[in-house]
Design a protein around this ligand. Structure first.
Ligand SMILES: [Zn+2]
Length: 132
């Protein structure tokens, strides 16, 4: 894990423990993630992050709205995957960034407890994941 990932991890944890973001934490996050963080905070402010969780397993996936158009939504795992174009282009192909804005929005909303929770059956969740 890179130094910046470690810094980010400890930041997410402390945000999670207080359920709030201080100015200092926000500027460190901005330093690490730049413009994507700004876009992510906009998504979180609009309550654009949902978790779809399967019952009874409690396995879940994030569903994050696009920044510009509300009807766009992307399935994503905060640490490893997002269905958006930028994830494949900027992150997987070019390796320029660590996370796309949807992943950052998911991390931030989860740490703040700001996700909208949607419960489905495990079967429904499995069908949804099979379509990714
Ligand atoms: Zn994305």
């Amino acid at each position: 894990m890179s130094a910046s990932s470690l810094v980010a991890e400890s930041l997410w944890k402390s945000i999670e423990s207080t359920r709030s973001v201080s100015e200092d934490q926000l500027s460190t996050l901005y330093f690490l993630f730049g413009k994507n963080l700004e876009k992510a905070t906009r998504i979180v402010d609009q309550r654009g992050v949902k978790t779809i969780s399967g019952e009874p397993s409690s396995r879940f996936i994030f569903q994050v709205m696009g920044e510009s158009r509300r009807k766009e939504e992307y399935y994503c795992f905060a640490e490893h995957y997002c269905a958006c174009y930028s994830f494949f282009y900027d992150i997987v192909n070019k390796g320029e960034q660590l996370f796309c804005k949807h992943q950052l929005a998911a991390r931030l909303a989860a740490a703040l407890g700001a996700c909208i929770e949607i419960k489905v059956s495990d079967e429904q969740l499995a069908l949804l994941l099979a379509k990714l």
